[in-house]
Design a protein around this ligand. Structure first.
Ligand SMILES: Nc1ncnc2c1ncn2[C@@H]1O[C@H](COP(=O)(O)OP(=O)(O)O)[C@@H](O)[C@H]1O
Ligand SMILES: [Mg+2]
Length: 249
């Protein structure tokens, strides 16, 4: 069943009675275990879409369902990771990772899960560090570990690696794919970067226009790990670029 986004629209009310329709008639689905990348230029409404799926914003029209239940607000089964690391400065790496689970009173396997994620995210040895003692890449790893701590069914990622340098971004992309392959949660990953979209997604939802709507949905069948140098990678990039260009004319 998975996630169903059905005919959703979002209009913001602005000062002086003005209204801004950001998303219009957006529909797509994510089967359980899908890695869906939402690709679109800056300002097109990607964060708005992700916040709607997270249940952090109300819809103007349409419906979002998870396993046939309508989303009405945030839920720990859907965790979200933002572009900038958002850690609590007075807590250590380990305390930040387990914070949400502790808050919800989830105590089962807390230590083991935290140790597993610390290891996988390359944070071993940094458990007692505070956020100001971490690089931005490290801090984002802690946020990713925290988001995964409670075994979410759906992981929502809002351009999570765009502020990182190429080496850190590539490493984190690889680690995310490896971990997703092991745990098979559903991912909705937002980006404006075509290469990142093709590296990661098994489905790419291309957004564009004002108000923003779906231009096309691509199924990506290339094997993981993917290589930007592969001819089929290049072909898909050209195809997506061509669709984006023709949609903006
Ligand atoms: N709370 C809000 N109130 C009014 N306008 C908003 C609000 N949030 C976003 N917008 C507008 O919606 C548009 C899309 O924003 P956003 O979803 O952040 O785009 P993206 O993440 O693709 O860069 C922008 O024009 C932005 O100014
Ligand atoms: Mg955004």
């Amino acid at each position: 069943m998975g996630l169903i986004v059905e005919d959703i629209s979002k209009t913001f009310s602005l000062p002086a009675g003005r209204r801004l329709t950001v998303l219009e008639d957006v529909s797509f689905t994510a089967e359980d275990g899908d890695f869906v990348v939402v690709l679109g230029e800056s300002g097109c409404g990607k964060s708005t879409l992700l916040n709607l799926i997270a249940g952090l914003l109300p819809l103007s029209s349409g419906e979002i369902r998870v396993d046939d239940k309508k989303i009405t607000g945030p839920h720990p089964s859907r965790s979200i990771l933002f572009q900038q690391p958002s850690l609590l400065p007075w807590l250590t790496t380990k305390e930040n990772i387990i914070f949400g689970c502790k808050l919800r009173g989830e105590s089962e396997n807390l230590e083991e899960r935290c140790a597993q994620l610390t290891e996988i995210m390359g944070l071993s040895g940094f458990e007692k560090h505070y956020p100001h003692e971490l690089s931005q890449g490290m801090a984002q790893r802690v946020c990713l570990a925290r988001a995964l701590m409670g075994h979410p069914d759906i992981l929502l990622l809002d351009e999570p690696f765009s502020a990182l340098d190429t080496i850190n971004r590539t490493r984190l992309q690889e680690e995310l794919i490896e971990f997703w392959a092991i745990e098979n949660f559903t991912v909705i990953f937002v980006t404006h970067d075509i290469d990142e979209a093709i590296l990661l997604g098994n489905k790419i939802v291309v957004l564009g226009g004002h108000p923003c709507h779906i231009i096309e949905i691509f199924e990506v069948t290339l094997n993981y790990p993917r290589d930007v140098g592969e001819p089929s990678f290049f072909d898909l990039r050209e195809e997506i670029l061509a669709r984006l260009k023709s949609a903006s004319m």
